[in-house]
Each structure stands twice: as C-alpha cells, then as structure tokens.
Design a protein around this ligand. Structure first.
Ligand SMILES: [Fe+2]
Length: 302
C-alpha cells in the first residue's frame, strides 16, 4: 500500500530560485538560508527516506490561473509540467514529472469524500512549486521524484480556512492509504512565513508568531487549524495566509508528529523563511463519514 512517510514545510521565496540559478546560493547573504536546507538534502537522499512521489501543496501566482479562473483546490493529474514563464522566461530547471495514476486515484477519493477538487491536466508550474524542489534537490537534469501538484488559492480573497485545509490533508491521507501500489509518499506544504509585499506595512515580519506556528506543527496539538484569516492578516501580513497550505501537509500526517529538522531565518528577500521536516508518530486520521456512508460503494470500487 502507498504510505505517507514524512512531511516538509518550506517557504517558496522566488529570489531563492534566482540565487540558485545564478550560482549565488552560497554567498554571504544566501548562505544562512541555504545552509538551513543542508540537513534535509542529505536526509532526503537516503535510500530509506527517498520518496517516490511528493504531493506538493503550493499556490500559483497568476502563472497558470488568473482572474478568469480561481480554483480553491486544484490537483494536477497530468503526465508532465513545464516551469512557468513568470516574466523573465521560464527557469532553466527540469520539467516536473507527474504521477497520473495516483493523482486520479486521489482526485476520485477526495471528490467522493466531498472535497470538490478542480482537476488540472495541463498547466505550467511557477516558483511556488519549483523553488522548494530546488531547495531540496539542487539542480539535477531530472527531478528524482514524481510530483502531484496541489494548488490552493491564497492569492484572491477568500482563501480556504485553515480548518478546511487540515481536513483536506486528512482526506489526502485516506486517499493515499487506499492506493494499492507500494509507494513512499511525502506531502509538502509551501509558502509563508510572515510577509507583506505591498502597502504601508510592506516588509512586515513577525518572528514570534512564525515560531509559534512552527511549534504548532509538532505533536498532537490542533490549535493551528482554528486560526482565523484576520489573524494571519494582522500578525503575518497580507501574504502570510500562504501558511494555511502547511496545514494540508500537517493534516495528512495524522494524529501526532515529530520534528526531525527546523530552520528559521530573517531576512530572505523581504520575508521570513521557515522550514520544518516532520514525520508521523501516529498517522491515524479520522474516518470519513461520507466514505463510510453514501459513497462507500463507489469508493470501494477505486
Ligand atoms: Fe507564494
């Protein structure tokens, strides 16, 4: 059976992709940032850790979607995704290879579980997805893992609630656990931490709140899932809402987690950068009343 073995959260600051692509990732400014990922790079390359598939939760920044279409939750079921042109030409990094069989299985399971996913078969992926891959894998000719993109709207109000994101993570865990192939699956949540890109509060960083959030990813506490949108806005700036995407990863890891590695640094561009590696201690997730009820027969046929 497929199994979720770990979760990673990471900021996806676009400047980090630029630094890596220009070979400046170990200069005086960027070294304290990239050093925070050295442990993870060694860890994820170990044979007993190396994932087969990453469910990579990120947000699109008006690259694949714009005001014409704004899916709250979208899952990529395609074979392959190209790096998006975000205004300076596409990053010269490898295409991202998908896992259509698992992605379609997850899409079916989630929709029968009453999460109304948008299914995407063709799209380009921007820094929200490619920068975390760079931070973990550097610049290989081909990424050593298949990726299922899971895009969340955190750009245009209203984004989903943290509670809904956590519940989606739990539903993703149920979906993965019902996939018959033996696969090592990781879930990554990206974005954040505190940052505001515009207006009178541009440059806002709240290290105390960010570290409270990192603390809340660990153990059995579920206090993060009830943080209202207004608290993200007030405490972490207008773009801090990206952190709800971390809660999809946290929900997918189940009842209890343990932190394997943690890193926090200010500044990174005009943001705080945070990174944490978690493993499930008790990966139990609540059963779905829907899947056990009206859609049980359909789900059993997956
Ligand atoms: Fe972002």
């Amino acid at each position: 059976m497929a199994r979720i073995t770990a979760g990673i959260a990471s900021s996806h600051v676009p400047l980090l992709g630029v630094a890596a692509d220009m070979g400046k990732d170990r200069n005086a400014y960027f070294t304290p940032i990239f050093e925070g990922y050295d442990w993870t790079r060694e860890w994820i390359a170990k044979p007993e850790v190396k994932p087969d598939v990453i469910i990579l939760v990120y947000n699109d920044h008006a690259s694949a979607f714009d005001m014409k279409i704004i899916p709250t939750f979208a899952i990529g079921c395609g074979e392959r995704y190209k790096p998006a042109d975000e205004g300076w030409g596409p990053r010269e990094v490898a295409d991202v290879e998908g896992h259509p069989d698992l992605a379609w299985h997850i899409a079916q399971s989630l929709i029968l579980d009453e999460f109304d996913m948008t299914i995407i078969n063709e799209m380009d992926v921007d820094h929200g997805l490619t920068v975390p891959l760079t931070m973990m894998y550097d610049a290989p000719d081909a990424w050593p893992v298949k990726v299922i993109p899971l895009a969340v709207n955190v750009v245009t109000y209203p984004p989903p609630s943290g509670n809904r994101c956590w519940a989606l993570g739990e539903a993703i865990a149920r979906a993965v656990q019902s996939y018959g192939e033996d696969l090592n699956v990781q879930v990554w949540g990206t974005g954040g931490m505190s940052h505001q890109l515009q207006g009178p509060r541009a440059g806002l960083i709240n290290a105390e709140w960010d570290n409270m959030f990192l603390d809340g990813m660990v153990g059995t506490t579920q206090k993060l899932r009830t943080i209202p949108h207004i608290e993200y806005l007030r405490e972490t700036g207008s773009e801090g809402i990206e952190m709800v995407m971390w809660l999809i990863m946290r929900g997918a890891l189940g009842h209890e987690t343990r932190a394997l590695h943690r890193h926090y640094h200010v500044p990174c561009s005009n943001t705080a950068i945070g990174h944490i590696v978690l493993e499930p201690v008790d990966g139990t997730v609540p059963p779905s009343s829907t899947l056990e009820g009206t859609n049980a027969a359909a789900q059993a046929a997956i």
